[in-house]
Ligand binder design. Structure first.
Ligand SMILES: [Zn+2]
Length: 249
């Protein structure tokens, strides 16, 4: 794979919002995002296959099949699974569940989870935590040949750090239409004046990564409503409605 190859994670139309708020203030409803992207490792194969079949179909006078959905490698899914586990550490700490894993080959060098609130540190995003830990581990601020897996599309801050660290490849799960810097809001990696090194791949375990964030925000909203109801001296409205749904008629 060429270092100069830059894969735009969000090709075509801009994605619908998957998350409504930043990692620090999760208060806005989360909607699912069904769009699918592909990784460079497999995208070329998928695209080539689609083109071939399309050409054949045109020649034969038959309709062209729709593009095939992305197929991500087992390796990408496995490392994204580790990033998801890191995200759960953020959830346990009461932070927006975003996790990251930094690997070189099949070696996990570091992990990180989002915790800017607890750390009183606006830079304590999962990617930054993993980058710092990896740089300490290898005693080098450059991390060439490494890949960063993160459950949510990196923001501009993290994209900048990823470039400075010379990360070879970034793989993210869910898209972030509020702060995503891999195509959702801006595409920092598509600018050759900024980036000459990093390949970006989006949408690996996208539904699962998005679901973790959706459930977190939903629980925060439920807890907020319950707190307001308690302040008014009312019963938990969610508990009441849940009981009404489950009681036999
Ligand atoms: Zn970030």
């Amino acid at each position: 794979m060429s270092d100069a190859l830059v894969h735009r994670a969000a090709s075509g139309s801009r994605p619908e919002p998957a998350f409504g708020e930043s990692r620090e203030t999760p208060d806005v409803p989360v909607a699912s995002n069904e769009s699918i992207s592909t990784c460079p490792d497999v995208a070329d194969v998928v695209v080539a296959s689609a083109v071939d079949s399309g050409t054949a179909a045109i020649d034969a006078g038959t309709p062209v099949d729709p593009p095939a959905p992305a197929v991500f490698s087992e390796r990408d899914r496995r490392f994204m699974g580790l990033a998801q586990a890191a995200a759960e550490e953020a959830r346990a700490a009461g932070e927006v569940p975003v996790g990251a894993v930094l690997v070189r080959g099949d070696e996990v060098i570091s992990t990180g989870f989002n915790h800017p609130i607890g750390a009183h540190d606006p830079s304590a995003h999962a990617e930054m935590v993993a980058l710092r830990a990896a740089a300490q581990a290898v005693e080098n601020y450059r991390l060439p040949g490494c890949e960063l897996y993160v459950t949510l599309e990196p923001c501009l801050m993290c994209a900048g750090a990823i470039m400075h660290a010379r990360i070879a490849r970034v793989v993210f799960g869910a898209r972030d239409p509020k702060t995503g810097a891999c195509g959702s809001v801006v595409d920092a990696f598509a600018n050759p004046q900024l980036n000459h090194h990093t390949t970006v791949c989006g949408g690996v375990l996208e539904a699962e990564c998005g679901a973790a964030l959706k459930s977190f925000f939903a629980e925060r909203r439920r807890a907020s409503r319950a707190a307001r109801a308690a302040a008014r001296g009312e019963a938990d409205p969610e508990a009441h409605s849940e009981a009404a749904r489950t009681e036999p008629h």
